[in-house]
Design a protein around this ligand. Structure first.
Ligand code: ATP
Ligand code: MG
Length: 546
């Protein structure tokens, strides 16, 4: 068996376990409930849950809900749904807001140790005092407030005595620190805002840096994995844990997942939803997990994809086609085959009895065991794809042409006898004959043809709608753009086809089922479907066209 190599985070975990630093590991996935999860989050989920599964341990789902104004309960429910859909179960469902009392006590502890102070400066003053990367910052008079005074003021802040923005609590570290984040970072701010879980209990809220590491520590997270932009925060993460003398969680950083032709920022995706560039967070073109699911991407394809890309230490751009490859690979194994004609050309089989229907068995999926067969109705009037016929074909053309022969999938060999045209010279119908002895599986005709095409019986065909998607953006590296990201939207990202005819078996399609429409791609039923109209999304084409 092929030995799978480990990624650098697994190496760290293995080293820690070997050294006896931990006997059991704990990770967490910490989404901020301010939007729907996207493919980048899938990477983080697979990594965090994957580590605990591989090495024995647990993963918490922690909602990072310290910012009262952007968070909503709708997002919480969708995030839970998406994590489960990906195939993971968390040990505990937790909320950073559950720790507000404890975080407040932590802040008090810093005050009592002389390591935090209340600052009345305006944000402009604070920015001016901060210095620059090359010029150290300056201490302001508030920095020397007594412990007693700081305690009193912080309690009053909490009690609602002061308006928003009038005071903040800052850690007292070093205004000349080389890492600017350690120049007395703000750790609490006043915000008279309603919180989705704690209501109006609080009007002071901790900043990210004073909530994340502390929450990790409270939950005894051993490996707190985040993306590279938090590298400079690590020093602060460690400083708080050390000064608070709490469980020593450790932060590790990996490169965030960026994909070509894709945007992964909840803030920008929200804009697309609000400004109606897409039909919603679950629009099949969106890079959200709910959009991908609706489009027909499978959880297994996401897990395989995350496995394949590994865990990078440096930012890079992953080709969207790699994810599509994983989707195809999975769907090829599980999708039942159906025949659907997208651009119908009618053919009449002149030597087949009018009014007769015969049911022909066709394999559902030869790539899967026990996928069985279905019966496809055959009659004298059929639809084939318009571009499976050529009036003046080139030499090695193996589909239908005047006088030429082709096999109808799971059915008979037919010969085109005549192309009927309308007054404008457009071909409107083909008159064909079939070879009765050539039935698939029972072919005694001795006739050999190279081409096989799909078809549907005109009398039994079901008219469906098909939605074909292309990439949402035209620009390969959406992180490199400087203008408005909406300038880069692909105007042709959605094509709706309505003149599409399917074999009748598709009437029984259910949500969550995947189909391969022979020669056309992979498809699934869209929830916009009704009893009178079936709508299918194209998940992905059969091959990478690039
Ligand atoms: P966004 O920029 O889309 O809002 P975020 O990082 O603010 O993303 P969070 O909800 O804070 O979103 O993220 C939850 C977890 O998912 C974090 O640990 C974060 O590092 C991780 N994550 C978010 N985006 C990516 C990505 N593109 N690749 C890998 N991990 C990601
Ligand atoms: Mg965030």
């Amino acid at each position: 068996m092929e030995e799978k190599s480990t990624n650098f985070i697994e190496d760290i975990v293995e080293t820690d376990l070997k050294a006896g630093k931990h006997t059991i590991i704990a990770t967490r996935f910490p989404p901020e409930p301010n939007g729907y999860l996207h493919i980048g989050h899938a990477k983080s989920i697979c990594l965090n849950f994957g580590l605990a599964l591989k090495y024995g341990g647990k993963t918490n789902l922690r909602f990072d809900d310290t910012n009262p104004v952007t968070e909503e309960t709708e997002y919480v429910e969708n995030i839970k749904n998406d994590v489960r859909w990906l195939g993971f179960e968390w040990a505990e469902e937790l909320y950073a807001s559950d720790y507000f009392s404890q975080l407040y006590e932590f802040a008090m502890k810093l005050i009592n140790k002389g390591l935090a102070y209340v600052d009345d400066s305006t944000s402009e003053e604070m920015a001016a005092q901060k210095g620059t990367p090359t010029v150290p910052g300056t201490n302001n008079p508030y920095r020397s407030r007594s412990i007693e005074e700081n305690r009193k003021l912080f309690i009053e802040m909490k009690e609602g005595k002061y308006p928003d923005g009038s005071k903040v609590l800052r850690a007292k570290i070093d205004m000349g620190h080389v890492n600017m984040l350690l120049r007395d970072p703000v750790i609490y701010r006043i915000k008279h805002a309603h919180h989705h879980r704690t209501g109006d209990t609080w009007c002071v809220y901790p900043m990210y840096d004073f909530a994340h590491g502390q929450s990790d520590s409270i939950e005894k997270i051993t490996h707190s994995i985040c993306t590279l932009e938090f590298v400079p925060h690590r020093e602060l993460y460690d400083w708080f844990i050390e000064k608070l003398e709490i469980f020593p969680s450790k932060q590790y950083e990996f490169a965030r997942l960026n994909m070509s032709y894709t945007l992964m920022s909840k803030r920008k995706l929200l804009q697309l939803v609000n400004e109606k560039y897409v039909s919603g967070w679950d629009d099949p073109r969106m890079p959200t997990l709910s959009g991908a699911r609706r489009r027909g991407y499978t959880a297994k394809a996401f897990r395989d994809f995350c496995d394949k890309i590994g865990v990078a230490k440096r930012d890079n751009l992953i080709d969207l086609s790699l994810l599509e490859f994983c989707v195809r690979e999975h769907l090829n194994k599980i999708a039942e085959r159906r025949m659907v004609v997208f651009d119908p050309l009618k053919i009449v089989i002149t030597n087949y009895p009018e009014g007769k229907t015969e049911m022909l068995p066709s394999e559902n999926n030869t790539e899967a065991e026990n996928a069985g067969v279905r019966e496809v109705p055959f009659g004298c009037e059929l639809f084939i794809e318009r571009d499976d016929f050529m009036e003046n074909p080139p030499k090695k053309y193996f589909r239908l042409s005047p006088g030429g022969m082709v096999r109808l999938k799971s059915a008979f060999i037919i010969k085109c006898e005549e192309a009927i045209k309308d007054a404008n010279g457009n071909i409107v119908e083909l008159r064909c004959t079939y070879i009765p002895e050539s039935r698939s599986g029972h072919d005694t005709s001795g006739v050999h043809v190279k081409g096989v095409i799909h078809w549907v019986s005109a009398a039994h065909a079901v008219n469906i709608e098909v939605r074909q998607y292309e990439r949402l953006f035209n620009t390969e590296d959406m992180n490199a753009i400087e203008d408005d990201f909406k300038n880069h939207l692909n105007p042709h990202s959605l094509a709706v086809l309505n003149n599409v005819y399917a074999e009748p078996a598709l009437i029984n399609a259910k949500f969550g089922e995947h189909f391969q429409f022979l020669r056309m791609g992979y498809f699934c039923l869209d929830p916009d479907s009704s009893d009178t109209k079936l709508i299918f999304n194209r998940t992905v084409t059969l091959r990478d066209s690039k």
